[in-house]
Write a protein that binds this ligand. Structure first.
Ligand SMILES: NC(=O)c1ccc[n+]([C@@H]2O[C@H](COP(=O)([O-])OP(=O)(O)OC[C@H]3O[C@@H](n4cnc5c(N)ncnc54)[C@H](OP(=O)(O)O)[C@@H]3O)[C@@H](O)[C@H]2O)c1
Length: 362
């Protein structure tokens, strides 16, 4: 799977050609966000967009705001045809669907960033426990978990990235410096997480209806949310032993945005200012992680429409707990923005290309 040639030799821009991109599932929220981000990416040409239900329509017929920005016709998903039109694939399909389709594109020489959960877990046994038996288990060992802040060098060399989930992105960026710095106990970690409704996707569902979500906050999937094993996989790797966490997601009545408040038991007394310095050192070379000064706490509005993760910290002396608050846009750093960041790394483009967006303010 790993191609040892320098990425820029494989996919340009050395030969002056644009990277030819196809988005599978372009009518969903993450596919739509990819069209928004890639439309002004200077090294990318969007060549194909797929939809089963809207096939045959022009993209702006479904999304009028894209008139003059992306006028492609939506087409059904046929890998042989699409692999001739594009050599880089973003799969924005639901989990369980993606694993049946991605192998055909890899066999035809395409590189793939898969936004579903199908290539995030390394263990087919774990995937089977939380989802169903994996249809391409041999690829799980090859796929790289696409969190650039942890796996940048491996991402540069792979043909298949399992793009992290939105909750895991915010949770891991909040917890990894503490775990790797041996500052907290790996036992008893709690991630209390909140997401806007777009996190549930665009397919109609009772629990996403306006009257169900508006003016209300709901916890869901207590102890059973499928992002749990993904967070545990990466924390376990970082600390060198099995880690189990308590992860509780909530739905918040807003379009986009995701906030995780993580609690971990400190192994020694620390000062908040030292915690902040630890995080600043840990992320000093990271283009998309911002650490807040003492006494300030991030909110989702500050990262809306951006690829940034904003982090605030405090030490609670009374309970000996470290509290980390981590805010992202679920559709950008939590999905499509991170996918573009991974594409940039895989193709040898500057990592921030197409992602230097300021926050969408009211
Ligand atoms: N939403 C988020 O915040 C978020 C964040 C991180 C990761 N993810 C993951 O990213 C993936 C996409 O999420 P989303 O929110 O964009 O989902 P979504 O809004 O439900 O969109 C799904 C897309 O996949 C297409 N599709 C569905 N079933 C298909 C099939 N059997 N064959 C071919 N195409 C099919 C749909 O096309 P038509 O209906 O038009 O045919 C649609 O374009 C999911 O795996 C999700 O878990 C989502």
């Amino acid at each position: 799977m790993a191609d040892t040639r320098p990425a820029a030799v494989i996919n340009g821009p050395n030969d002056n050609t644009m990277l030819k991109v196809c988005i599978l599932g372009a009518t969903g929220y993450t596919g739509l966000e990819l069209v928004r981000l890639l439309s002004d990416h200077p090294q990318v040409e969007i060549k194909a967009l797929t939809s089963e239900k809207q096939a045959g329509k022009n993209f702006p017929e479904v999304f009028p705001g894209f008139q003059g920005i992306c006028d492609l016709k939506l087409q059904p998903l046929q890998s042989t045809k699409l692999a001739k039109e594009a050599n880089f694939i973003f799969s924005c399909l639901p989990h369980k669907e993606s694993m049946a389709i991605v192998p055909a594109f890899l066999e035809k020489g395409c590189r793939v960033v898969d936004l579903s959960a199908d290539f995030r877990l390394h263990s087919s046994k774990t995937y089977g426990e939380w989802y169903e038996p994996h249809k391409a288990p041999e690829l799980l060992k090859e796929a790289v978990y696409g969190l650039p802040e942890v796996h940048r060098e491996a991402i540069k060399k792979t043909s298949l990235v399992g793009n992290p989930g939105c909750y895991p992105t915010a949770s891991l960026l909040a917890l990894l410096p503490l775990i790797q710095g041996r500052l907290v106990s790996p036992d008893g970690i709690v991630c209390d997480a909140k997401s806007g409704i777009s996190g549930a996707g665009r397919s109609p569902a009772l629990e996403s209806l306006f009257c169900e979500v508006n003016d209300s906050v709901t916890a869901y999937k207590l102890t059973t949310h499928r992002h749990t094993p993904e967070i545990e996989q990466e924390l376990s790797k970082a600390v060198g032993r099995e880690v189990k966490i308590t992860f509780t997601p909530h739905l918040i009545p807003m379009d986009r945005g995701l906030l995780v408040t993580a609690y971990a038991h400190a192994l020694r007394k620390v000062e908040t200012k030292d915690l902040i310095q630890l995080f600043k050192n840990h992320y000093k070379k990271e283009p998309f992680v911002v650490i807040y000064p003492e006494g300030t706490i991030p909110s989702t509005k500050s990262v809306r429409g951006t690829n940034f993760c904003h982090i605030g910290l405090a030490f609670n002396e009374r309970t000996n707990q470290i509290i980390v608050v981590s805010a992202i846009d679920n559709l950008v750093k939590g999905a499509s923005g991170q996918a573009v960041q991974n594409m940039n790394l895989m193709c040898g483009f500057p990592e921030k290309t197409g992602l230097e967006k300021s926050p969408l303010q009211p």
